[in-house]
Design a protein around this ligand. Structure first.
Ligand code: PFF
Length: 453
C-alpha cells in the first residue's frame, strides 16, 4: 500500500525538503499579515503570551501527531485516517476528520487568495514608486480606495488562484518543493532589514512594549480563542496540510526535530513581523487595531521614506506573495490528493475543478470589503465569518480530534515506532499533551466562549 501511494503522489527528496515545505506552509500571510493585526486588535503583549503558550503546549505536540499520522497512513488525510482507524480497529468514521480538513482548507484558501491578491497588487504599486514620500494619510487612503474596488480585487484574486493551481498541478517534487527552496531564506533577510528600519524610528520602544508588556486586563475569552485559533492557523494545523506533507515524508526522518524546527521558524517570523510593524504604527500616529489593512497601511510608509525603498518595497511584497503561495498550495493539497486517489482523475482535472470552486467562494470575501460590507451575520461580514469559522472553530476542533486520535486511538506501539523518541521523558511529554493537555485546553476555551464556564 505504502509504495503504491507514494508512487501516485511522489515523495520529498530529503528531510530538508520536508522542513522547507512544512515551513513554507506554516510561514505565510498568517505570520506577516494576520499576526500583527490580530495582536493589535487584542491589545498586544498578553495576547502574544497566550499565543506563544498555545504554540508550545498545544501546537508542537499536534504538529508531531499530524506528521506521524500522515507518514504512517501514507495517503491523503481522508484515506490516511481510514487506514489508521482500521489498523487500530477503531470506528471508520474517523475518516470524517479528514473531510473536515479538506473543507476547512478550501474555505481558508478562498479568502487567503484574496489577501494574497492584495499583496500582488502592492507589488505593482511598489515598483511604480507609488509609496515614495507618501504620508500615513495618503498611504491609508490608497489602501481604502483599493479595497473599495471589487473589479481589481477580483482580477488579483483570479491571478493568484491561477498561479497556485499551476504549482499544485505539477505535484510534490516538481511543483511544491522547487517553489519554496529559495523563498523562505530571502523573506527572512528582508524582515530583518525592516526590523532594522523600525529600530531607527522614535517609537521603537513603544512598539516593543506594546508587543511584549502584557496587560492581562485586555484579555477576554474571545481573545484567548483567537490566540489559540491563530496558533493552529499559523502552524497549518488541524486540517491535514501537515498530515498530507507528512505522507510524503521518508521513514528515517525525525518527526520531533522537524516539528520543533518548523514551529520555531514560524514563530520567529511572526515576532519579527510584529517588531517591524508596531514601531511604524506608533511613529505615524496610527491605531494598532485597524484590522486586516494594517500591514498595507504601515509598511509602505517605511518603504516610501527609506533609500532604495522602491527596490525593498517591491522585494518585500514579492516575497509576501511567495510566502502566501507556499501556504496556499498546502491548503488545497489535501483536497487534490483525495480526489486523485478516489476519483482517479488526473491532477490537472482535479486542480481545475477544485480551484474554480475555491475561486468562486473567494468572491464573497472580495465583496465583503465593498458591495456587501453591510451584510453581516453575528456582527461579522463574510470575510470575518469565514475566518472565524475556520481559524477559530474548524482548526481547533480538527486539532482536538487529531490529538485524541493520536493519543487514545492509535496503539502506543505505533506512535512510539513513528516518533522514535529514544528519550522516554520526551515521549511522555508528548503523550500527556495529546491525551490530556491539548484536548482539555481546546475544550475549556470553547466552553468559556460559549459562556458555560
Ligand atoms: N499557516 C499559514 C499561514 O500562517 O499563513 C496558513 C495555513 C496554511 C493555514 C495551511 C492552514 C493550513 F493548512
Amino acid at each position: 500500500m505504502a509504495d503504491t501511494e507514494s508512487k501516485i503522489h511522489g515523495e520529498w527528496s530529503s528531510r530538508f525538503a520536508f522542513i522547507l515545505a512544512a515551513t513554507g506552509s506554516a510561514v505565510g500571510l498568517g505570520n506577516i499579515w494576520k499576526f500583527p493585526y490580530i495582536t493589535g486588535e487584542n491589545g498586544g503583549g498578553a495576547f502574544v503570551i497566550v499565543y506563544l503558550l498555545c504554540v508550545v503546549v498545544i501546537g508542537i505536540p499536534i504538529m508531531m501527531a499530524e506528521t506521524m499520522i500522515g507518514r504512517r497512513g501514507r495517503q491523503s488525510p481522508v484515506n490516511a485516517m481510514k487506514t489508521l482507524a482500521k489498523e487500530a480497529s477503531a470506528d471508520s468514521r474517523w475518516q470524517y476528520l479528514g473531510w473536515l480538513g479538506v473543507i476547512a482548507g478550501m474555505i481558508i484558501l478562498s479568502y487567503y487568495s484574496v489577501i494574497a491578491g492584495w499583496a500582488l497588487a502592492y507589488v505593482l504599486k511598489a515598483i511604480s514608486g507609488t509609496f515614495m514620500d507618501g504620508s500615513a494619510q495618503q498611504i491609508g487612503g490608497l489602501f481604502d480606495s483599493f479595497v473599495k474596488d471589487p473589479g481589481s480585487q477580483v482580477f488579483w484574486h483570479t491571478t493568484f488562484m491561477i498561479l497556485t493551481m499551476l504549482v499544485v498541478v505539477r505535484g510534490v517534487q516538481d511543483g511544491l518543493e522547487k517553489a519554496v527552496r529559495f523563498l523562505m531564506p530571502s523573506l527572512f533577510v528582508l524582515l530583518i532589514l525592516l526590523v532594522g528600519y523600525a529600530m531607527n524610528t522614535d517609537a521603537y520602544d513603544q512598539g516593543l512594549s506594546f508587543m511584549f508588556n502584557p496587560d492581562f486586563s485586555k484579555i477576554t475569552g474571545n481573545s484567548v480563542l483567537t490566540a489559540m485559533g491563530h496558533a493552529f492557523f499559523t502552524l497549518s494545523l488541524g486540517m491535514g496540510a501537515i498530515m498530507v506533507y507528512g505522507s510524503y515524508l521518508p521513514k528515517n526522518v525525525s518527526i520531533t526535530k522537524t516539528a520543533f524546527m518548523v514551529a520555531g521558524a514560524d514563530t520567529v517570523v511572526a515576532l519579527l513581523a510584529g517588531i517591524a510593524i508596531f514601531p511604524l504604527v506608533f511613529a505615524n500616529g496610527l491605531e494598532p487595531s485597524t484590522g486586516p489593512g494594517l500591514i498595507f497601511q504601515t509598511l509602505p510608509i517605511a518603504f516610501g521614506q527609506m533609500t532604495g525603498g522602491v527596490i525593498f518595497g517591491t522585494l518585500f511584497f514579492v516575497l509576501l506573495v511567495f510566502a502566501a503561495f507556499s501556504s496556499s498550495i498546502s491548503l488545497i493539497e489535501p483536497a487534490v490528493a483525495w480526489m486523485v486517489e478516489n476519483k482517479g482523475y488526473s491532477r490537472l482535472k482535479c486542480c481545475v475543478f477544485l480551484g474554480s470552486l475555491v475561486w468562486l467562494v473567494g468572491l464573497g470575501t472580495v465583496l465583503s470589503f465593498n458591495e456587501w460590507a453591510d451584510i453581516t451575520i453575528l456582527g461579522k461580514n463574510i470575510f470575518e465569518l469565514l475566518d472565524f469559522l475556520t481559524a477559530n472553530l474548524m482548526l481547533p476542533i480538527g486539532g482536538l480530534l487529531i490529538a485524541v486520535f493520536a493519543g487514545w486511538v492509535m496503539k502506543r506501539q505505533h506512535s512510539q515506532d513513528e516518533l522514535q523518541l529514544n528519550n522516554k521523558g520526551l515521549y511522555y511529554c508528548w503523550i500527556v499533551s495529546v491525551r490530556y493537555v491539548s484536548p482539555i485546553a481546546v475544550f475549556l476555551v470553547f466552553m468559556h466562549v460559549i459562556g458555560i464556564l
